[in-house]
Each structure stands twice: as C-alpha cells, then as structure tokens.
Design a protein. Structure first.
Length: 112
C-alpha cells in the first residue's frame, strides 16, 4: 500500500512539474513578435542617438520607452521576460518568433 501511495504521489508531482514549464508560454506569438520588433527598433533608435550625441543619457530614457511599448501592447514587463526565458529554453518556438520578427522587419522596409 505504501508503494502504491508513493508511486501515486510521485506521478502527481511529475505531472504538476511538467505543467509549470508550459506556463511560460502565456503571450501569443503574434503579440510577442510585435513587442520584440518594437523593442529592437527602440534599441536601434537609442543606439543611433547616443552615438550622435554623447551627452545624451540612454539608460534612463530607454527604460521609460520600453515601459511605453509594454503598456501600448498590454503586456506586463515581468510576463514578457518570463516568456523570453521560456523561449530561450524552447529553441524551436524562439526561432519561430525571431523569424516572424525578421519578416515583420522586411515588410516594414518595403515601400507601399
């Protein structure tokens, strides 16, 4: 009887641990690609401005701009970074997001 209960508890523990790893995937890929693309554009902007004007402080302004991007897309900063950690541990899904960001970038460069 003890062995049965121990096996049952171990099974429940393993199932519950397996489900927690999927919790990181809380932001849909379509929204994630837009947020990542906007953050990359913000980084590019801040890099260009800081090279042109060395007196310009990049550290405080880019954090505020990141928060505006998160607010605009209705994504929590903590939720976003948890999603990024999840994607780092799942390279196939990370590749899908980054390929989508790349395609979004290509579409923006094409004049209509």
């Amino acid at each position: 009887m003890r062995i049965f209960i121990s096996c049952l508890l171990l099974t429940v523990l393993l199932i519950s641990c397996g489900e927690k790893s999927k919790e990181g995937n809380s932001i849909p890929i379509d929204k994630m690609k837009v947020v990542v693309f906007q953050l990359m554009k913000a980084d590019e902007h801040f890099t260009r401005v800081s090279v042109a004007d060395t007196t310009w402080s990049i550290q405080h302004k880019n954090v505020a701009y990141y928060q505006k991007i998160f607010d605009f897309n209705k994504v929590d900063r903590v939720q976003f970074y948890k999603q990024m950690e999840y994607l780092e541990m799942h390279p196939i899904e990370f590749k899908i997001v980054m390929d989508s960001v790349n395609e979004l970038s290509k579409r923006e460069k094409i004049p209509l």
